[in-house]
Design a protein around this ligand. Structure first.
Ligand SMILES: [Zn+2]
Length: 412
């Protein structure tokens, strides 16, 4: 037998429950969580976290973009980093992102009791992941990796017209200092996160070890038919753009259903022009979001999508035009770290399985520069991005303890 159970590091369950409850109260409304980068709730969360970091005996720091760090200094070079994001989607839940922040903090608090690490440990509360306020996806991680364009703070605006730079100044940050947030000392990144799907909950498995985060493909599909009178144009003489587009969306969905899990496709945004009850639509435009962890499968499905569009367009006598808006590579997690996490799960007597992530995460970007892995814990009924999002206290503690045990194996 290996070191089973002997080196497990257990986090304080009462401390973690307090963190989850109190962070979950900041930005909470009757309609769910609203904690957007640099707003009042976000600033209260930052200040609360800084207090908890100091209470845990860790060194507290805020970088130029508002990422909050708790540091347990080691005797050697480099940093093993853990954490997740503190911002939420509109009407979001209390666990997405937040659990990885406070779980990481509880892990470092427990490790401080163990002693001084050889490699410095840090927990980070990343300022932004969700693009809820500014179109600034992964702003916190991008700042650490030096991937923020110099004009971004002045260029990006929220719905009220406030620039990102102005929002930073209101939160006590200097937009001219963004470049100083870049890090060159990171050796490892581990992110604890709720699954946001129902695989673990349905299978009764405690821990998900994420192998890959799928690359998202986004396309905009525009169908042009002929705008005509709704009363005077017989059905057999129409080139109805909406009917053709709807047929495309249906056939695309059936094709991806035929592929089976984990392939997913969504056609969530629609525009119909001129959009009048008495006019046969001349134009219909819809979005396509297609994901599969295997890039070759995803690209094969995209080819199929394009064949369906051409085929349906021909049958309906309309024109179709497809534009690729986003084309991400899948992010592969580090196998050595997955081994460490698997051993840590077993040391904590937790059942585990390897799995792809459904959602996107900071880890996908971090993995492009630093060996990275993710730990998932079950989401009840797979609900996320809703106030109904829930993970039991037992699952939160188990996930944070697996994380703490892995950090111990990596940094001591
Ligand atoms: Zn998240």
């Amino acid at each position: 037998m290996s070191r089973a159970t002997t080196d497990a590091v257990h986090v304080d369950d009462q401390l973690l429950a307090m963190y989850v409850a109190e962070l979950g109260a900041i930005g909470d409304t009757p309609d769910g969580m609203y904690r957007f980068m640099y707003d009042d709730a976000w600033q209260r969360a930052r200040d609360t976290l800084l207090g908890w970091i100091r209470d845990a005996g860790l060194e507290a720091r805020v970088d130029a973009v508002g990422n909050v760090f708790g540091r347990l200094p080691g005797s050697g070079d480099g940093v093993v980093l853990t954490g997740s994001h503190v911002d939420t989607v509109p009407s979001g839940g209390k666990y997405d992102g937040a659990l990885g922040v406070v779980g990481g903090l509880a892990a470092l608090a427990a490790l401080r009791q163990v002693g001084t690490p050889t490699t410095t440990l840090e927990v980070v509360s990343l300022c932004e992941e969700e693009s809820s306020r500014f179109p600034a996806n992964f702003f916190g991680t991008r700042a650490m990796l030096g991937l923020i364009a110099p004009d971004e703070p002045d260029r990006l605006r929220d719905r009220d017209g406030v620039t990102l730079a102005e929002a930073m100044r209101r939160a006590g940050l200097d937009p001219a200092a963004v470049a100083t947030a870049e890090r060159h000392d990171l050796r490892t990144f581990l992110e604890l996160h709720i699954e946001q799907g129902r695989v673990l909950a349905d299978e009764g498995v405690d821990i998900g070890l994420v192998e890959v985060i799928p690359g998202i493909a986004w396309e905009t599909i525009t169908v042009r038919g002929r705008q005509d009178h709704a009363g005077a144009t017989p059905m057999d003489l129409r080139a109805d753009a909406l009917q053709a587009a709807a047929q495309m969306a249906r056939e695309i969905t059936v094709a991806v259903e035929g592929e089976g899990r984990p392939a997913v496709v969504t056609t969530g945004r629609w525009t119909v022009e001129p959009g009048q009850p008495s006019i046969v639509p001349g134009l219909a435009r819809f979005s396509l979001d297609l994901r599969h962890p295997d890039l070759s499968v995803r690209d094969r499905l995209l080819d199929q999508v394009h064949r369906i569009c051409a085929d349906v367009a021909q049958r309906h006598g309309v024109e179709v035009d497809v534009v690729r808006d986003k084309d991400e590579e899948p992010a592969t997690m580090d196998e050595t770290l997955l081994d460490v996490l698997r051993g840590s799960a077993e040391a904590c007597a937790a059942s585990w399985r390897r799995m792809p992530s459904g959602a996107g995460h900071d880890s996908q970007l971090m993995a492009s520069r630093v060996p990275t892995a993710m730990v998932f814990v079950p989401s009840v009924e797979g609900r996320s991005h809703t106030p109904a999002e829930y993970t039991s206290p037992e699952d939160c503690v188990r996930g944070a303890s697996v994380l703490a045990t892995a950090l111990h194996r990596l940094a001591y």
